[in-house]
Design a binder for this molecule. Structure first.
Ligand SMILES: Cc1ncc(COP(=O)(O)O)c(C=O)c1O
Length: 366
């Protein structure tokens, strides 16, 4: 028998979540954001699932895009961080990778590339405007200048998309997103060109921001970007189930401790189940005592420090637990967001940190 720790990835749920993004933004084209190994789910498998549905895919950088091309993905792929080196611009044109230009340096790089427009198709460029995130992006003046500069280049495609990124669209009672939307409207005034504003939170909760292209990421993986229930986000289906099995069960007496550092002490006679999953499988070491773990259809609590390959769970109150019983760490029964908040992080980090060691098991491929 092989080690039972695995991440089950439900590709039907990916399709459902993408279709929800489309349904909520019927006048826009939804890109499939598959950067960072599709948020840890496996970029090739997820891209193959999305390719029949999404007009364009999106990754962070050219290495991620090349991996998808080598796997047979043919749809255009937007590089959200654009080109880091001049040679990437030639590859981008040849491979139909779309380039984001988020700073004057990247605009200059494209202008200096001086591609022969008779060789190959036009290069698609997106310009990122800074409307308040203050991380990347051009100022209003730079957007207008860069737009004019790129328009004059014969090898750049006619439709230059102007994009921006939200800093706090997951905060539903903040007016910062409205301010960013207004800022974007004034930045793009008079430029008759496609626009893209919305990430998952923008798609789910900010209809004024739907624009011509949306960029759903985390919602494709079934996780809500909001800390509280939200009517559209509540329709998402979880994609990843992290699961394993019980590999040992023992009884300890009141006062005895469990695991490295003896961080959990039994307050009574207790039954401890040891599960084959640990920080080497993407289950964070910082998970505190009391984090919920789903065993045999019931919630139990993490008891003791997470080891590299194992955790220990207090199963005293959930009836008989045996070696070989199934354990869910997150998925349908324990929401990813709940586990993430136990460890003071967000769902994005838990899934993108899932190591290669943890096998991905794909279900519902078609
Ligand atoms: C530019 C850009 N667009 C879209 C996304 C997708 O965001 P989300 O996963 O919140 O939908 C990201 C993710 O970080 C991003 O950097």
């Amino acid at each position: 028998m092989s080690r039972p720790a695995k991440a089950i990835v439900d590709l039907a749920a990916v399709r459902h979540n993408y279709q929800l993004a489309q349904k909520l933004t019927p006048n826009a084209q939804a890109l499939g954001v598959v950067k960072a190994n599709a948020y840890g789910h496996g970029s090739v498998a997820v891209a193959k699932t999305l390719e029949p549905l999404a007009p364009v895919l999106a990754v962070a950088c050219i290495e991620e895009a090349v991996e998808l091309r080598q796997a047979g993905i043919v749809k255009p792929i937007l590089l959200l961080e654009g080109a880091f080196e001049a040679e990437e611009i030639i590859t981008a044109r040849d491979q139909n990778f779309w380039l984001m230009a988020s700073g004057i340096e990247q605009v200059e790089m494209i202008a200096k590339a001086n591609l022969d427009e008779t060789q190959g198709s036009a290069l698609t460029v997106w310009l990122k405007a800074d409307t308040g995130m203050h991380r990347l992006g051009l100022t209003g003046e730079q957007v207008k200048e860069s737009y004019a500069k790129l328009k004059a280049l014969p090898y750049v495609a006619d439709d230059i998309v102007i994009a921006t990124h939200f800093a706090a669209a997951d905060e539903l009672d903040s007016d910062f997103t409205s301010q960013q939307i207004d800022c974007f409207a004034s930045l793009t005034e008079g430029l008759n060109t496609p626009v893209s504003l919305a990430n998952s939170a923008g798609i789910l909760a900010w209809p004024q921001a739907h624009g011509n292209y949306t960029r759903p990421g985390i919602m494709l993986y079934g996780s809500s970007p909001f800390p509280e229930p939200q009517v559209n986000a509540d329709q998402l289906k979880p994609v990843m189930t992290l699961e394993s099995e019980v590999i040992a069960v023992r009884t300890i007496e009141a006062g005895e401790t469990v695991g490295y550092g003896r961080s959990w002490t039994a307050q009574r006679r207790s039954t401890i189940a040891t599960v084959a999953i640990g920080y080497g499988d993407g289950y964070p070491r910082q998970m505190p005592n009391g984090t919920p773990v789903f065993i045999n259809g019931q919630r139990a609590e993490l008891a003791g420090r997470v080891s590299m390959d194992m955790i220990t769970v207090d199963v005293t109150d959930i009836g008989t637990v045996n070696v070989g019983d199934n354990v869910e760490l997150w998925g349908h029964n324990i929401p990813l967001n709940e586990v993430a908040s136990c460890v003071g992080t967000i769902s994005y980090e838990l899934v993108t940190r899932m190591p290669l060691r943890t096998p991905r098991l794909y279900i519902n491929e078609t």
